[in-house]
Ligand binder design. Structure first.
Ligand code: BMA
Length: 336
């Protein structure tokens, strides 16, 4: 991709891209693209029937006509596990499982410090859901894979790549016979979004950077996958978080990109501005103030609504919605 030289003035382009016209002539403003659900936060520790310090960063999918969130639950020791919550409309009346759904297994060497930040895709070829999550090993965080049909029993497939690695998800289908994994290793202290490929979900290769951090931009220090990749007519929509380290700490914001449908290692478009940043009280107050961290998304095919589920301040789960066509229109205004 073409990286803008850090000293190139960007003022003119930013102004030009502040609003976009849809086919009908309507304006799209990146600042008001996503709407926070008025009932936010949708899940809080008090919704759990057992002690929980924080509930956040959920994977999201649909099962039996319902929305299922696999929520990261941090216990009072500071270790995380995953618990299912279900809702018929994906907004309210959540039913939280009374017991943890997936606990770290002491006998598994990569799991001693807990399971975090799951992403879910349905592999139609296998007829199973694939969950990629961060296992916290003695050597640091890494990506593990588990398969399930009904979110009650899980088949662990083990660690995919060595630490330090986070923010990973499989694509729901193969490309040229190979599975594709998007993930965020930290290499030489640099945090870019990478992709790699495997014939069997065990041996991974053909590693490449697909979405690099952008020097000096809002996503200059780290980028990482947010929700699972979303297949659209214009390409794979990748919602990601970007971090800029400021005097006050790390600023977590959200942007998006479009990857080629058939060759997803090709980055075609990338939003210039962020589209979600911490501002609501539940995003500003919590264990880690000032964090919005999307990890799950669903598209309502009837209404064309994109719903993103995100951890807010590393303490609660929140929901934001957008019109998918507007998201794609805005993204396509920003070729790389
Ligand atoms: C990242 C991950 C997330 C967390 C975020 C903000 O590195 O560990 O689980 O939500 O930091 O603290």
């Amino acid at each position: 991709m073409r990286d803008r030289h850090p000293d190139t003035p960007i003022k003119g382009r930013v102004t030009e891209r502040r609003v976009k016209l849809t086919a009908s002539g309507r304006m799209i403003n990146p600042r008001s693209l996503f709407h926070r659900y008025p009932g936010n936060p949708i899940l809080s520790p008090s919704d759990w029937s057992y002690p929980a310090n924080a509930v956040f960063n959920p994977g999201a999918t649909e099962i039996k006509g319902e929305t299922l969130l696999l929520v990261r639950v941090e216990d009072m020791r500071g270790f995380s596990h995953l618990t299912v919550a279900r809702s018929s409309d994906g907004r309210g009346d959540w039913r939280v499982a009374p017991q943890p759904t997936l606990l770290p297994d002491e006998k598994i060497q990569e799991e001693p410090y807990g399971l975090e930040d799951p992403r879910i895709v349905y592999l139609s070829e296998e007829g199973r859901y694939a969950i990629t999550y961060v296992s916290f090993s003695k050597g640091g965080p890494l990506i593990s894979l588990a398969m399930t049909e009904e979110f009650q029993t899980f088949h662990r497939m083990g660690a995919l790549l060595p630490p330090e690695d986070k923010d990973a998800c499989l694509f729901p289908r193969r490309f040229g016979g190979r599975y594709a994994l998007i993930h965020r290793p930290i290499i030489r202290g640099e945090a870019h979004i990478w992709m790699c490929f495997s014939p069997d979900l065990k041996h991974w290769g053909d590693h490449r950077v697909v979405i690099p951090r952008r020097p000096r931009w809002w996503d200059c220090h780290k980028v990482g996958l947010g929700t699972q990749p979303i297949e659209t007519k214009d390409g794979w929509l990748i919602i990601y978080h970007g971090i800029r380290v400021a005097a006050s700490g790390s600023l977590y914001r959200v942007g998006f990109a479009l990857l080629d449908l058939d060759e997803p290692w090709k980055l075609m478009y990338r939003s210039e501005e962020w589209v979600l940043s911490p501002s609501a009280p539940y995003e500003q107050v919590g264990d880690v103030p000032g964090v919005v961290f999307p990890t799950g998304a669903l598209v309502d095919k009837n209404s064309n609504e994109l719903r993103i589920y995100y951890g807010a301040a590393d303490t609660v789960v929140a929901l934001a919605t957008a019109n998918l066509t507007d998201v794609l229109t805005l993204c396509k205004a920003c070729p790389v």
